[in-house]
Design a protein around this ligand. Structure first.
Ligand SMILES: [Zn+2]
Length: 111
């Protein structure tokens, strides 16, 4: 069990979830505002918040998968070829489930 990785992963996961809750708490556009620019800016801000929330939700999902892999003792092992993922890669991308070579292959295989 890689306790250090698990602790870091859990912390990142909690951070992302907390940020997600923050982003979701954005107040709705002020429909009562008579200033069109105000309204437009508000809508734009909402769009941005929704985009951020979507991205955060995806990140949370990936981190959750990574955490499940920690529990299963599979964290840090490439899901494609089974080799150990370099610690440096895990540090940069804590939710990585594949090694660099497999990741590149997966990206090339994408339509
Ligand atoms: Zn691999």
């Amino acid at each position: 069990m890689k306790t250090l990785e698990a602790t870091r992963l859990l912390k990142t996961y909690r951070d992302v979830v907390a940020r997600l809750q923050n982003e979701s708490a954005v107040p709705p556009a002020e429909a009562a505002s008579s200033d069109f620019l105000d309204l437009a800016q508000s809508v734009e801000h909402q769009e941005l918040a929704r985009l951020t929330a979507t991205r955060l939700a995806e990140r949370a999902k990936r981190l959750h998968i990574a955490l499940t892999r920690v529990v299963d003792g599979e964290y840090g092992v490439c899901s494609e070829c089974g080799t150990s993922i370099p610690p440096k890669r895990l540090l940069a991308i804590p939710d990585a489930t594949t090694c660099v070579a497999c990741q590149e292959q997966l990206e090339q295989a994408r339509p």
